[in-house]
Design a protein around this ligand. Sequence first.
Ligand SMILES: Cc1cc2nc3c(=O)[nH]c(=O)nc-3n(C[C@H](O)[C@H](O)[C@H](O)COP(=O)(O)OP(=O)(O)OC[C@H]3O[C@@H](n4cnc5c(N)ncnc54)[C@H](O)[C@@H]3O)c2cc1C
Length: 383
Amino acid sequence: MNFDCTDEQRMLLDNLRRMMDATATPEYIRDHDENGHYPYEVYQAWVDMGLIGLPFPERYGGFGGNVIDMALVGEELGRKAYSFLEAYGLSVFSGLSLLNNASEEQQAAWLPRLIRGEIRMSISMTEPDAGSDAGNMRTLAARDGDHWVINGQKVFSTAADAENNVITLYCKTDLQAPYQKGITAFLVPNDTPGVTIRRLRTFGARMLGLNEVFFDNVRISDSQRIGATNGGWNCMLSGLLFERIVTSAGYVGNAQTVVDEALEYARERKQFGRPIGEFQAIAHLLADMQTRVDAARMLMLRAAAKVAKGESALREVTEAKLFGSETFAEVANQGMQILGGYSYMMEYDMQRHYRDARSTTIAAGSSQMLRNLIANTMGLKVR
Ligand SMILES: Cc1cc2nc3c(=O)[nH]c(=O)nc-3n(C[C@H](O)[C@H](O)[C@H](O)COP(=O)(O)OP(=O)(O)OC[C@H]3O[C@@H](n4cnc5c(N)ncnc54)[C@H](O)[C@@H]3O)c2cc1C
């Protein structure tokens, strides 16, 4: 496998790094994290440089980028903060699910607006009693002529309350259908009458924020249904491998920043008359951290390369997500140890990396569910 960037990819990454350095300054990130403010200015800069359009066809204003391009961009975005990858990913993954499942007419109505930055997108699947067991969701969309009426509640919906946000909402449309078969995907702008959003107080992921979303007789047109009625599970699965690769790339990017910041601190911080990085205990910790991040990057790139070639890659992608998230969480924990008491201060970014990393082994497929999946690809029947 050749992991070298093309000239075009190198140019894109250089431009992106320059843009992120100028816009997402450390002060900007600290302020937005502490105050729970969505990074609108950074998002707009992505729109301006055409980044939202990267994986979409040219006919909608996109650039036709592939999964490798997206993985490289994902790692670069994650370097500043994993939340940036998430903000980007929510819009792009939702848009790709439109591309894979919606009619031409729906694509033409929504995708150019997404790429031009007139709307952004989030995903609402999880409910209070349906987390890992998402097929158990109970939010119901009932057909009423050319419309649907939605009632129910979602929870942990990242960035659902952002301005001009359209929620990709998964609902039950047939409560009697066998498990996972009665689910349908809809597009619901977050200012639709009957939608109420309440921000949750969270340990991390504060820049985007997690929300409860309540649906009280929310009436939407059938033109907002994506894919077949009761075909929502397939709609969700259609982009899952791609999403998990780009998400894993974001973990790698943020984990690398953890190592870089811990290394810099270990070089500068002196105790007992020498930099703490000269103590073997700290040096070996850093060596192990870098090795793990490099291994996570290789797993992610291997998965991306297989998907780019159109090969089946369920196990490789799942391993990349599992190992990438656990690596991010582990190196952030070790980074806290290396920075000692200063890691605990809000002026240092390590605490934010640690808080953000902690959610990644839970969200978008927990470590336990991913291990179940990998074991299943090995021929085991894990329940
Ligand atoms: C930061 C963050 C952002 C999120 N963003 C979104 C979002 O934008 N949209 C959205 O819809 N959801 C979102 N989620 C929800 C996320 O996808 C769920 O938290 C996740 O699916 C787990 O569900 P749960 O929290 O209900 O835990 P549960 O499913 O109740 O799991 C609790 C524990 O039991 C384990 N467990 C459950 N079932 C099994 C099993 N079969 N085998 C072994 N172990 C098992 C889990 O691994 C976990 O350790 C987000 C969550 C977080 C933390």
